[in-house]
Design a protein around this ligand. Structure first.
Ligand code: MSS
Length: 353
């Protein structure tokens, strides 16, 4: 994978890299080379990002289905969205039960700005949504290795059609062409939905009557109860939930003034407020948001300035979204360990002397 390793990332494997907790601070936007990377299968060759405008995506399930290039898409419209990109499995390591899959802690998340054309505009240009469609299905541009069953390995995800108006077909990330690692030349961006629903190197976008029967939709990314295998009878991992975590202080230090910092997000909703506790949730104080409000799907850095006397502190934070949903102390477990947002485990223990 082609990225500049400046020491910001924890390498779980070749295609699985996590942002170190110490990197986040109060950054409203995550720099490209600090953003976590996750690939379910081997990505396509770097050559596909050499001439991004030539990349073709097939638009189906519309009045006039056809292939369009990124160059064509750029003439149709442009919009930007600041959005938390977060792996469905972020925080998996904090579940009490044993889970298979990457043991992500806080760092399979970042907040980035995407530029692209609203999918709604593209669809209207091509004759509108075909009758009967209920999902938007995006397909990744990876090659299917010979001898393997396509539906077992293909990265293809369906999301409900009612989010069509939010979806972007994006070619830029943080103001520059999307690097291969993050899905260039073209990525299907579904704001408020977990990482896996944001299809990289998207080569097909279809308005479909049914969800794809790809394994990654049918069995994986399902909120199955403990001991159960994922299957279509359980909810798909789609919308993100309200969440926050402490980003500093992370180390023991000396008594005096401290800036307690963290990040808070609403997931599918905007975040409304965040509180901080120094005693593991017995008493809470309101924290202040810092930096710009980049909209409903972005996270907001926060701070609480506090004079800390010598002692041990369990510093935790608890966010509430605009719908009144509040981070739980411990979330309901699900077998594969998706959507972790419990405030209890997302805090830090520090000793002040
Ligand atoms: N896309 C494609 N095409 N392929 C793959 O593999 N993965 C997923 C998404 N998309 C994939 C795709 C996931 S799973 C995630 S997280 C994301 O992506 C990540 O991103 P980045 O940019 O960070 O790397 Mo979990 O839910």
């Amino acid at each position: 994978m082609n990225f500049k390793d400046d020491g910001s990332l924890i390498v779980h494997s070749n295609n699985t890299l996590e942002t170190k907790r110490s990197v986040f601070g109060v950054q409203p936007i995550t720099a490209d080379n600090q953003l976590y990377i996750r690939n379910n299968v081997t990505p396509p060759s770097e050559s596909i990002v050499e001439n991004p405008d030539a990349w073709e995506v097939s638009i189906e399930g519309v009045g006039k289905p056809r292939s369009v290039t990124v160059g064509d898409l750029k003439t149709m419209g442009v919009e930007t969205v600041a959005m938390v990109l977060q792996c469905s499995g972020n925080g998996r390591a904090f579940f009490k039960h044993e889970t298979s899959g990457t043991q992500w802690r806080t760092g399979a998340a970042g907040c980035v700005i995407w530029t692209g054309v609203p999918l709604r505009t593209v669809v209207e240009n091509l004759g509108g949504v075909k009758g009967g469609a209920q999902f938007v299905t995006g397909t990744g541009g990876e090659k299917i290795p010979e001898g393997l069953n396509a539906s077992d390995v293909i990265v293809e995800r369906s999301v409900p059609l009612d989010v069509l108006d939010n979806i972007l077909l994006a070619w830029d990330m943080n103001g520059a062409p999307i690097p291969l690692a993050h899905g260039g030349p073209l990525r299907m961006i579904v704001p408020g939905f977990t990482g896996v629903n944001n299809i990289k190197y998207v080569k097909r976008v279809a308005m479909t009557e049914a969800e794809t029967d790809a394994l990654i939709q049918r069995q994986r990314y399902r909120l199955a109860p403990l001991g159960k295998k994922g299957s279509p009878e359980y909810p798909s991992v789609w919308q993100m939930e309200v969440k926050s975590w402490i980003t500093g202080p992370l180390e023991d230090s000396a008594a005096g003034m401290h800036q307690i910092t963290g990040l808070a997000m609403g997931g599918i909703n905007a975040v409304d407020n965040v509180e901080v506790s120094l005693d593991g949730g017995k008493t809470w104080e309101a924290a202040q948001f810092v930096g710009p409000d980049l909209g409903r799907y972005a996270w907001r850095p926060f701070v609480l300035s506090k004079k800390l006397a010598p002692g041990t502190y369990n510093i935790v934070s608890r966010a509430t979204d605009t719908e009144g949903n509040q981070q739980p102390e411990v979330p309901e477990p699900n077998q594969s360990g998706y959507n972790y947002n419990g405030w209890g485990a997302l805090g830090v223990d520090v000793k002040i002397s």
